[in-house]
Design a protein around this ligand. Structure first.
Ligand SMILES: C[S@@+](CC[C@H](N)C(=O)[O-])C[C@H]1O[C@@H](n2cnc3c(N)ncnc32)[C@H](O)[C@@H]1O
Length: 134
């Protein structure tokens, strides 16, 4: 690969990274997914964007992740969003130490339950606590 091609690839990567960051900023109030993971999901989605067909999200919560993916994939697909609206079941050993830890630390700002959500007004429900939108 020539130096010019390498420079072009690096520029393209930087441009896409900043686009992903803007998508995250736009929808971060509606997702519990941390920025790094959110952007990794967008990278994965872009890598496989040539695959035709519908997109299915199992566990949509307030819709922030699928909104970001749909904003990039466009309107020419069907999107099917599912949620149990009962929160996550209790973590087991098989889920790993971080899942067990996450469910134990109920005071964390990142811990959300559906019960907490149902106590909120519809306007509050649509946003992650303490977040802002652009
Ligand atoms: C980690 S969150 C999903 C994050 C979400 N995609 C976002 O952008 O923030 C998990 C969601 O999955 C839902 N859920 C848990 N178990 C489920 C199941 N068996 N089927 C469907 N949804 C489920 C929960 O109610 C919760 O809203």
């Amino acid at each position: 690969m020539t130096l010019a091609q390498k420079a072009k690839n690096t520029m393209s990567l930087l441009i896409w990274r900043s686009r992903y960051a803007l998508v995250y900023l736009r929808f971060r109030a509606y997702t519990m997914i941390p920025q790094h993971t959110y952007i990794s999901n967008l990278i994965l989605m872009r890598r496989h964007r040539h695959v035709p067909g519908a997109v299915v999200e199992c566990g949509t919560w307030k819709g922030g992740m699928i909104a970001g993916m749909a904003s990039m994939l466009g309107r020419d697909r069907s999107y099917y969003l599912y949620d149990s609206f009962e929160g996550l079941p209790p973590a087991k050993e098989i889920d790993g130490p971080s899942a067990l830890m996450w469910q134990k630390s109920k005071d964390s700002k990142d811990y959300f339950t559906i019960a907490q959500l149902m106590r909120q007004t519809p306007a509050q429900r649509c946003k992650k606590p303490g977040s802002t939108t652009r």
